[in-house]
Ligand binder design. Sequence first.
Ligand code: ADP
Ligand code: MG
Length: 475
Amino acid sequence: MGKYKAVIGLEMHCELKSNSKVFSSARNSYNEIPNDNISAVDMAFPGILPVVNKKCVKDALKMSMVLHCKQPEYMYFDRKNYYYPDLPKGYQITQMTDPVGTDGYIDIECNKEVKKVLIHDIHLEEDAASLDHYFDTTCIDYNRAGVPLLELVTEPCLSSADEAVAFLETMRSAYKYCDVSEADTKKGQIRCDVNVSIMDPDAKELGTRVEVKNINSFGNVYDAINYEIKRQSKLKDEGRYDEVEQETRRWDEDAEKTIRMRSKVDAIDYKYFVDPNLPKFKIEKSWLEEIKKEIPLLARERKLKYTSEYNLSDYDAGVLVKEIDYAKYFEDCINIGIEAKTASNWITTQILGEINRDNLNINDFYITPEFLKQIIDEVNKGTISSKQAKEIFYKSLESKKEPKTFINNDMAQISDKNELETIIDKILLDNQNQVEEYKNGKDNLFDYFVGQVMKNTRGKANPIITKEILKEKLK
Ligand code: ADP
Ligand code: MG
């Protein structure tokens, strides 16, 4: 902590998953061929009419609810007018007057503390085309034009780079849990603007904010915030705080610093007005109820459940909720009767070990919860040892044959109670002196009897049942 308080507000853009674009019927999918996913609407040909994609509206409303926002009564869009080569219409269809969500919050966890992040609003809009710059030319690729984009804006309520990244991670996870976006930063599906200012700890008014635009990785968000805090603090220390200007900067990854792009003192007037081509429609309460039911328990809530209900460690629970599919696999295990701690151990070590090493999808993993149960049941019955269990796990995985095909009589332990009793009776008869000593208080002789049984059966006696019988007979 420096001597000033840092104040941070974020604008986070996330591309939504959908078959077609938000206002046109062109495909919305990753495509390496430029200008392939396009329609006349995306190209802004004369006479075009946009049509709103219902799935995108639904997903936007879902995220609005995840953020505990107020939803508007009517859905409609505004035009944000400006000229840029990646915006052929000369305006972006977005939401200004009545966004899909306002005045929300979400709890995040940062350094083991819970923090409420306040959400100013969340709105649905279209992405712009992308410009590919070459040595002496720039090409325009319209594939991205019209891709559904959700933008959320936080209040200036974050106070460190750690908190900012924790918030972004929480949101990325929420987008994925709700299955509305792949939320992959590497594919440019998440982009952020960060606003940073500093102030004296007891000051009443916020300092001058600097906006760092279009950051494409959380690591860069972290570095850009810390760089800005340092830069602004230094100027303030030197009595030159008036040189901190309300401006737009960008993060230069190679130089590891922010670089001024333009002043932001006079806000651009975008001459917003309601888009007349997209008739407004009512958001029915019943629809909202339906959408709400589709919101899954999110990572943080699930983690709390795992630690409190199943007594898992914070760390293990954290690993299991990292992806909703891991969490689902774990819960499937519980639902078919595998004990929670046992399931967690197998998943966090063996299973995720394989998944991460080979970059697999857990849903396609050969050892399903049912197969895992075949193995665990045998361990619980005492038929196989935990070492044998692991061997069977890998054999099954390698050969793609059910685990139970590897559980054979050869490794089977003697678990038959009568058979074991006969063996044990004989041993106790042959060791009458030791029995006497044990009964007189020499407790550690118990292991001696177990050892004798093992010797007699060449290690095949089921240790759990053996001990039970011994305890009974030596009472
Ligand atoms: P703009 O269109 O200028 O980007 P927005 O209202 O969309 O404006 O975004 C403003 C962002 O700046 C919000 O995330 C808000 O929390 C943040 N912000 C506002 N004032 C400050 C401040 N003094 N310090 C840091 N962040 C701020
Ligand atoms: Mg902005």
